[in-house]
Write a protein that binds this ligand. Structure first.
Ligand code: APR
Length: 310
């Protein structure tokens, strides 16, 4: 039997998620949006069905505004919520998106209580925390997509700067999904060669700053709305690792229970995603400078999470 993927939110990211999931034949797809946008969700689903002959995929893709239609989903990817506009921080979205996540959590808890859930809605670290608290799902069943995107951006900028294949750039970005996130140049390699040996300190600082501000750079360019191609692919990578038990090690916002000295918060850390969901958190021995940076981003996440009052 085919797997089932429920996409809660059928906007910019949701529609790209549907397209990539279909092209990768990850399973049947339900795009769920609010009743006012049920027809656009159905329209996008039908459009994707009509793309299938050229896209070479078999998948049933449907649109809905009724949570009954997500019943039995293996994976739920949540993008429901407002995106940033120019001049806004992710934290500015807290009140409006918390309200949306509260409704989404109720629907997912009722109709897809076994699903592995990937949260994309911003402010990411607070929204994944809220979803976890509101559903009461176990720790392994809920992750936030942010580190995977931040690391993709870090890798992309390095490849662009050095003129090398992005496939050969490996690294990770820790922390919250905001300007205080922590790229780790010390542990980044290009085809096995340490980044610190092939790039100057100035280059590395510039790349780290660009990574931290990458979302804002896109928001400024778009004028309206935020990034959607790269967030969608990042969520798909996590979903695919779960569905196929690939056991990939990816940076995700995961509930820390003492790892990195953090308790009870979702923070971007390297985790293994397999058939049981978020199966393992990997702890890295950080140096003092990295530890201080991580502490700073954790403080920012803590503050935003406190505002959810959950
Ligand atoms: N249930 C389901 N869908 C909802 C709900 C709800 N309660 N409330 C809003 N939505 C839908 C909107 O109708 C819209 O179609 O969520 C969709 C969001 O799509 P966009 O506005 O295009 O936003 P997008 O760019 O996809 O970003 C979604 O991800 O990266 C984050 O900051 C970003 O929080 C934003 C989210």
């Amino acid at each position: 039997m085919r797997k089932k993927i429920a996409l809660i939110g059928g906007g910019q990211i949701g529609q790209i998620l549907a397209m990539i999931a279909a092209q990768k034949e990850l399973g049947d797809i339900v795009i769920l949006d609010i009743p006012e946008l049920e027809n656009p969700a159905k329209g996008k689903a039908l459009d994707l069905m009509e793309m299938a002959p050229h896209g070479n995929y078999d998948a049933a893709i449907t649109g809905s505004s009724d949570y009954k239609d997500i019943a039995g989903a293996d994976v739920v990817i949540i993008t429901a919520g407002r995106p940033r506009q120019a001049g806004m921080t992710r934290e500015d979205l807290l009140a409006v998106n918390l309200d949306i996540i509260t409704k989404v959590a109720a629907g997912v808890k009722q109709y897809a209580p076994q699903a592995f859930c990937i949260i994309v809605t911003n402010p990411l670290d607070a929204m994944v925390y809220a979803f976890y608290k509101l559903t009461g799902f176990p720790r392994n069943q809920v992750v936030g997509m942010a580190g995977t995107l931040d690391t993709a951006r870090w890798r992309a900028f390095i490849a662009m700067e050095l003129g090398v294949s992005v496939n050969d750039v490996a690294g990770t970005v820790l922390g919250g999904h905001g300007p205080d996130m922590v790229p780790l140049p010390r542990l980044t390699t290009v085809g096995g060669v340490p980044l610190t040996e092939i790039a100057t300190k100035e280059q590395i600082d510039k790349l780290a700053t660009r990574t931290r501000e990458a979302g804002t750079e896109i928001v400024k360019l778009f004028g309206k709305g935020s990034a959607f191609f790269s967030p969608a692919w990042s969520a798909i990578v996590i979903a695919e690792s779960y569905l196929k038990d690939k056991r990939r090690v990816l940076p995700c916002a995961a509930l820390c229970q003492g790892e990195y000295g953090v308790k009870g918060l979702f923070i971007g850390v390297p985790v293994m995603i397999g058939a049981k969901g978020m199966e393992k958190v990997y702890e890295i021995k950080l140096n003092d400078e990295e530890k201080a940076m991580l502490q700073k981003t954790v403080g920012v996440v803590q503050k935003t999470v406190e505002e959810t009052k959950l």
